[in-house]
Structures are given as C-alpha cells and as structure tokens.
Ligand binder design. Structure first.
Ligand SMILES: Nc1ncnc2c1ncn2[C@@H]1O[C@H](COP(=O)(O)OP(=O)(O)OP(=O)(O)O)[C@@H](O)[C@H]1O
Ligand SMILES: [Mg+2]
Length: 374
C-alpha cells in the first residue's frame, strides 16, 4: 500500500477505551485517524471526509453498526468505502449479518493489533486497485465510444464512394471519377490518422512506450513542426513567427514532445483564418522551459476549454479551411506531457484567439542532442 499518511481511517466505537487504544495504535502506525462514538455522526463524517476505510463497532447507541453499515452502503457517496466490523459479538450469525449489511471483514474483540493492521492494509489496497480498475474501465468505454462514433463516419464515406465506383464506373466522366477518388483519399487519410492516434494513445496507456528523456533543442523541434505545416499556413494566409532564444533546451522524450508540438502548431494554423498570425515563443529558467503557441484565430468557447484535454469529452471541429481532425491530439498531448513531468494548459477568448502553454523540465544548456541529420 502507498503512503500510510494518505490513508484515512474512521473508527466508530462508543467505548472511549477501545477508541483510545485503536486511535493511538493506528496513529502511531502513520494513518490519519478520525473517530465517532455513534452511527449517525459516522455516516455524516464518512460523507464529508471520504475515509479510505471504516472500523465499525456493532453495539452503538441509537443506530447500531449493522444499520450504520447499511446506511453507508445505500448512499453512493459512501458505498465504496470498505467497512470492517470490530465487535465483541462472536456468534457466527452476527458475523453473517455483518457481511450481509455490506461489511468486507469482521474482527472479534479482544483483537490483535497486528491483525487489525494487516486487514486494514489488505482492504485499502483492494479499494485502491478497484478504483484504478474503474478508472481504466471508464477510459476504455470512452475509447470504444470514440472508435464507434468517429471511425464509422469516414468508413461510410469510403464505402459509399467505392460502391459508386464499382457500380457506375462505366458511366462516370473522368472529372467525376477524379472527384470521387479525391473523396476516397480524404476519407482514407482521416481514418488512418484517427487510427494512428488511437493506437498511439492505447500504446501509451499500456505503458509499453518507454520514455527516453534527453536534452532537446526546442528551436529545432519547433522549426521542424512549423516546416510541416508551412505550406498549409501560406495557402490560408496565416503568418507564423517563431521567437526562441538559441540554446533553449528541455529534457524530455523527443518523439513524444515532437507529437505534442506538432499538434499545437497544427491546431493554431488550422483554427486561424486568413490574415491571422501564429506566434511560437519559448522562455526558460533553471528548472523549466515554457513553450507558448499563440494564435489570433477563432478561439474556444469557455465550456469547451475545460474539457479540451479529456478523452472522449473533447470536441473536434473543422478548421477555418475545412480541415478535419480526430479530436484526440490534445488528449494525447496531456498524457505525453504529464509522463515527461510537464504541464499543458490553454487560455482562449472566442473570436480573438487561443494560447497554449507547454511547460517541461529544462535541459542542460550544453550537450544538446545531435540527430543524424543535424
Ligand atoms: N488553437 C486552437 N484554436 C481553436 N480551437 C482549438 C485550438 N486547438 C484546439 N482547438 C479545439 O480543440 C479541439 C481538439 O483539438 P485536438 O488537437 O485534440 O484535435 P483535432 O485538432 O480536432 O484533431 P487532430 O489533432 O487529431 O488532428 C479541436 O477540434 C478544436 O475544436
Ligand atoms: Mg489537433
């Protein structure tokens, strides 16, 4: 189990002696402990304080332990907190009632302190693992819904155009055929991009991508990204300005940060109309490097801004020139950046533009990586 200091145990017992003994023992063992002498208060405390585990006596004034446990289990805010009964009642029937009321364990008094400790640790570990599994499962559900929703569209386009080519190819003039082929190509390209992003994200979730942090020349990585989209920017009439002091280095995984910067630059150009400007700057101190990608584009609505980086909740809009994306780029970016010990955030004013701020650990000022082509 991780740090005990962060493990919060609620003890419920009307006997001050018992309470004192358990409190001192768990406190000495490094747990954060809260106490209650009756069931009603215990339920209230559990709701407000969200302990990791509750040690619950059965014979309590007012609401007894079984009733208290049932009340906890019937409220979704407290249902997931494991309850261990700790009672002088040794009858098998009482133990069975305890489990039926929703308890995960039953310890009889007088108890052995080490046994109590071992059971607490075991149940808190199970609770944490269950929470992790729930989180992963929710992520997987969201991922499936993205796949179902977003892969369907381009495939319908592909199939429709192919059907037309198959059934009517003799009747199509070369211009229409060319248009169909362009559509086919666009759909295939979008589907492939989506698939690539999904696979990259799935790989990163399985933690099979190892992070290889090293000193990266920030100006270089930015100019590579700008290079990729410079034709698109020129075509749209968007000017791109880069202002990064020589020798600015961050310490991170090159491929991951490449992906992140490329998406930020792509987004900025994509969501900026003609005569707009994209400015990329970087500033560093001894600890961090902050790369700022600012644009004078369409901006982002406040409601969308707060879910930009969330899987399955993010929005994907077409760019000002009709460019389509997958809506996964920023989610991947957040994942990659946090795995490299950095942060990413966004500010925006609708109609005026957006600013994305990427902060990464600073690299040494010398020994910048040399790539084969540099
Ligand atoms: N600079 C920006 N200006 C305005 N809106 C933005 C900007 N950057 C991102 N967004 C909004 O956030 C959405 C999600 O961006 P993200 O990079 O995750 O996906 P995408 O660009 O749609 O797809 P992909 O990155 O796969 O090409 C975009 O579709 C857009 O609506
Ligand atoms: Mg994008």
């Amino acid at each position: 189990m991780s740090d005990r200091n962060e493990t919060f145990v609620l003890i419920v017992d009307d006997n001050t002696n018992n309470l004192g003994v358990l409190y001192r023992y768990l406190d000495d063992e490094g747990f954060t402990v809260l106490v209650s002498q009756d069931g009603e208060r215990a339920v209230r405390l559990a709701r407000e304080q969200q302990p990791d585990l509750i040690l619950l006596d059965i014979m309590l004034p007012g609401m007894n332990g079984f009733e208290t446990c049932r009340a906890l289990k019937s409220d979704e805010r407290t249902a997931g907190i494991p309850v261990i009964f700790i009672s002088a009642l040794t009858d098998v029937q009482d133990k069975v009632r305890g489990f039926r009321a929703g308890g995960v364990d039953y310890i009889t008094k007088p108890f052995n302190q080490e046994e109590v400790l071992a059971r607490i640790v075991a149940h808190v570990t199970i609770k944490r693992q269950r929470e992790q599994l729930d989180e992963l499962n929710a992520t997987k559900d969201r991922l499936f819904s993205i796949i179902g929703h977003d892969l369907r569209g381009p495939f319908m386009g592909l199939l429709g155009a192919l059907e037309l080519l198959r059934d009517c190819s003799d009747d199509l003039d070369s211009e229409t055929a060319q248009e169909l082929i362009e559509n086919l190509y666009g759909s295939a390209e979008k589907t492939y991009h989506l698939l690539e992003n999904l696979l990259e994200w799935a790989r990163s979730q399985r933690r099979t991508t190892t992070i290889a942090p090293r000193a990266i020349d920030v100006a270089r990585i930015v100019s590579d990204a700008v290079q990729v989209f410079s034709a698109a920017a020129r075509q749209k009439g968007v000017s791109v300005r880069v202002d990064i002091p020589d020798g600015t280095t961050c310490f991170a995984d090159r491929d991951m940060i490449n992906t992140v910067v490329r998406n930020l630059v792509n987004n900025a150009i994509k969501f900026t109309g003609s005569d707009g400007a994209v400015t990329i700057t970087a500033r560093s101190n001894s600890e961090t490097v902050t790369i700022v990608v600012a644009d004078t584009g369409v901006g982002i609505a406040p409601d969308d801004l707060c879910r930009l980086f969330d899987l399955g909740r993010s929005i994907s809009r077409s760019g000002t020139g009709g460019e389509r994306g997958t809506g996964l780029g920023l989610m991947l970016a957040r994942d990659y950046v946090s795995r490299n010990g950095g942060t990413i955030s966004a500010e925006s004013v609708q109609g005026c533009g957006s600013t994305f701020r990427l902060t990464l650990p600073a690299g040494p000022t010398t020994e910048v990586e040399q790539t084969a082509d540099s």
